[in-house]
Each structure stands twice: as C-alpha cells, then as structure tokens.
Ligand binder design. Structure first.
Ligand SMILES: C[S@@+](CC[C@H](N)C(=O)[O-])C[C@H]1O[C@@H](n2cnc3c(N)ncnc32)[C@H](O)[C@@H]1O
Length: 418
C-alpha cells in the first residue's frame, strides 16, 4: 500500500498521466499515457523491479495449464510466448546467454506451482532461443526456493543489460508476461545509510522509507522541504537528491552538526554542485520564529515515537505513551501549518503501537489537523484505476501504516495539505 501510494503521489506531482490496470500486494500494472523512463526507479523507495509488458494470457488458460496440467492450455502458453517479442529482445552475448524467470501471483492457489511455472516458462524460452541459434542457460532453482530472482541476483548477473529476466505475473483475470527493464539498486541506498559520516542506530530511518516519504510530499525540483525533527538528516539527504532545497531543524545540537556533515558528504559523493541546504538548532515549539511564516513548500518529519520497548505493551501502557507525546505532536501540527505556504504539504509520522492484545494504539490527530485547517490527502482516487477493477475501500485510505511483525512501535504516516 505504501509503495502504491508513493507511486500515485510521484506520478501526480510530476503530471505523469497513468492508469492502474491492476494492483495486488505482489505487483502493480500501470498504463502510461506517454512513455515513462524506467531509470526513474532510482527516485523510488518502494519499487523493486520495473518490467515492460510483452504479452498477456487469460487466467483460465494459466489455471488450466498449471493447476489442471492441461496439455492444450500449456501449448497455448508456449504459442503466446513464441508470438511475443520476449526471446527476440534478449541480447545475444558472446558467451551463453543467461536468463531467468520470476513468478508473482495474487491467488495463493499458485503458491505450490510457482516452481513448476518457472521451469515451464524457462524451458519454453530456451527452446525459442535455440530456434534463433542462441544457446542459453536458465537460472533454475531448487524446489525449496521462492520462484523469484532477487534484485541483487538480477543486478549481479547483468540481466537488465541483456533484457533477460522474464516476469510472469498472475493476476485475477489475466497474467502479464514482462521483461525487466529497471531494478532497484539496494547498494546505492545502503551506501547512503552506512557510509555517511554520522549515524544513529536507534532513531535512524531507512533511506528507502525516507525517500517514500519525500515522494508522498510531492516535493520536487526547486521547492523547499523542511524536516523539523531532522536527526542525522536521512530525510534531508533523500530530498536533496531530488534537487529540492532543504532545511533541517533539531533540538539536539549534536544532530545539527551531524546532519550538516552528512549533507556535505552527500553533496560531494553525488556531485550535487547546486545543493542548497541548511540545518539549524531549535525547538519545534518555536518553529515559526526560527523558520518564518509561510516559508516552505513541504514538511516531512518523524518526531520521537516513544521509548524503545522490549515487549509488546498492554493497552493502558500504550495509551500512557501516547498521552505523554501528544502535547509535542499537537504543538508541532499547529506550528507546521503556520510555516507552510498555501497548498503546502505535511507528511507526518505518528506512533502506531502494537499491543499484547494485538489492538493497535495510535495518536488521535484527526480533530487537531482539521481545527488547524489541514485536510487529508488521499493517495488513491477512483479515476486512477481501470473502471473494471474492484478497488474496495482503497479510495478511503486515510493513513499509511509501516509496521512489520517484529516492531512494537510502527509508523502511521499522514499526508496533509494546507
Ligand atoms: C526520530 S528522530 C528523527 C530521525 C531522523 N528522521 C533520522 O533519520 O535521523 C527525532 C529527532 O527529533 C529531535 N527532537 C525531539 N524533540 C524535538 C523538539 N521538540 N524540537 C525539535 N527536535 C526535536 C530529536 O533530537 C531527534 O533527533
């Protein structure tokens, strides 16, 4: 959901016309009015692979072929693959061509068959390549492995250069067969995380999430972004890479210096000669005084989310944590409204505390945000989706949750507009 919200906000803020043909937890299918440069994957924190669709196969055929082992349906798939440009696109290298197949599916009925599907598609492609005189090696896997290549494998084996990873994505009505054209490079994000001069293990935010939050704010080229709880500057770094002017504020003077040094390092490392940044020490209580009224286009911030917890707390204890943090969050929302320019956006993280009884305890900000004058930005609207698609409650999604099973305190992300 977070990755999909990042995409819709990224496209909308850049006036890129798109339609979501399909979405699931595993993959999205997007149709663009004009072309979309897949290299832009480096701007996105939540997208792992981008594929170009080569052909589609009706779902009944896929089910018949793999769940019922129907020979006619299998033959149909071989024909459809042969008729597509998939094998012709693969670049002939001097050595044997190495190619791979990754299978994604929405319906769990396919989970036991994904390895078989992978091998079937692989051997069909291998035969097609042989017909054109290309000898190839298929990256097959042992049965216990997920039938998907990781982005690291795709990168290391140069499958993008050779257009030789095939994505077989099974949706509810059809399957899309695509060729991977761009891949998320985890080493670039990792480099910004572990090689920056100053790091903080406990409060640090992963750069991928920081990038998603910057994209949710819609802030790009030439605009001004403020992080008023900047810590060591992870959000500021990601924004600076989008050629945004950044301002950081933190109450802790060590953080101010650390963030400054990190931004100096980033500018050198990425040759950002026009980078425009400043970091100041200050308390959000007096943000207007420090930054000025209506002086920034976006604010993207993660304030302190509460104490580090060893165990899942009880509901009363979680409520106590929220009560303690509330005045600081409320004061910040008031100040943020004043500092933002008209139509400016605030992307705010509030704590999402998972308790022993599994009930989540969250920060009740609704009344505060509307009394200040903010309105919620909904990342999804009906027009973004193919009209035949059942999108359920998606358009009513108000906040985005980032919390995995291990986290006692996760994040609730609010996108607000002045
Ligand atoms: C969760 S950390 C932010 C982490 C940051 N996104 C990063 O990746 O480094 C919250 C930061 O808010 C700062 N802070 C806490 N209370 C503050 C206040 N009242 N005004 C300004 N900064 C504050 C803390 O010093 C801390 O660095």
């Amino acid at each position: 959901m977070l990755s999909l919200a990042e995409l819709t906000n990224y496209f909308s803020s850049r006036n890129i016309e798109f339609k979501l043909e399909y979405f699931s937890r595993e993959f999205f299918v997007v149709k663009f009015e004009d072309s979309f440069n897949p290299e832009k994957i480096k701007d996105l924190g939540g997208t792992i692979k981008i594929g170009e669709i080569k052909t589609t196969i009706p779902n009944e055929v896929v089910k018949e072929a793999f769940l019922s082992k129907n020979k006619q349906a299998q033959k149909k798939i071989v024909e459809l693959l042969a008729g597509s440009s998939i094998s012709k696109m693969m670049t002939k290298t001097t050595k044997k061509l190495l190619f791979g197949v990754s299978v994604y599916f929405t319906d769990n009925a396919f989970s036991h068959f994904s390895g078989q599907i992978q091998r079937f598609i692989g051997s069909s492609i291998k035969k097609e390549l042989e017909k054109s005189g290309i000898s190839s090696n298929f990256m097959g896997y042992t049965k216990d492995r997920k039938a998907q290549l990781s982005n690291v494998e795709v990168l290391k084996k140069n499958l993008i250069e050779n257009q030789s990873e095939i994505l077989f994505c099974i949706g509810k009505k059809e399957a899309w067969v695509a060729s991977t054209v761009a891949i998320h490079n985890p080493f670039e994000f990792q480099k910004r995380d572990i090689y920056k001069p100053n790091q903080r293990k406990i409060f640090g935010m992963p750069p991928r999430l920081a990038r998603i939050m910057v994209n949710l704010s819609g802030c790009n080229d030439g605009k001004i972004l403020l992080d008023s709880f900047c810590g060591v500057g992870t959000i500021l770094q990601e924004a600076l890479l989008e050629e945004v002017m950044v301002v950081g504020v933190d109450v802790n003077s060590w953080c101010v210096k650390a963030a400054e040094e990190n931004l100096d390092w980033l500018s050198r490392e990425y040759n950002l000669s026009a980078a425009d940044y400043r970091v100041v020490q200050g308390d959000v209580d007096r943000l207007t005084e420090k930054i000025g009224v209506e002086s920034v286009d976006c604010i993207v911030s993660e304030p302190d989310l509460g104490p580090a917890l060893k165990d899942f707390p009880t509901v009363p204890y979680a409520e106590k944590i929220i009560e303690k943090l509330k005045p600081m969050f409320f004061r910040f929302i008031e100040e943020a409204y004043k500092v933002l320019r008209p139509n400016g956006r605030l992307v705010l993280v509030t704590p999402y505390i998972r308790t022993r009884s599994r009930q989540a305890v969250t920060m009740p900000v609704d009344e505060k945000i509307s009394s200040c004058g903010f309105r919620r930005v909904h990342s999804f609207s009906r027009e973004m989706f193919n009209e035949e698609l059942n999108i359920g409650q998606l358009v009513h999604t108000a906040t985005l949750i980032e919390a995995d099973d291990r986290h006692k305190i996760g994040r609730e992300i609010h996108v607000l507009q002045k």
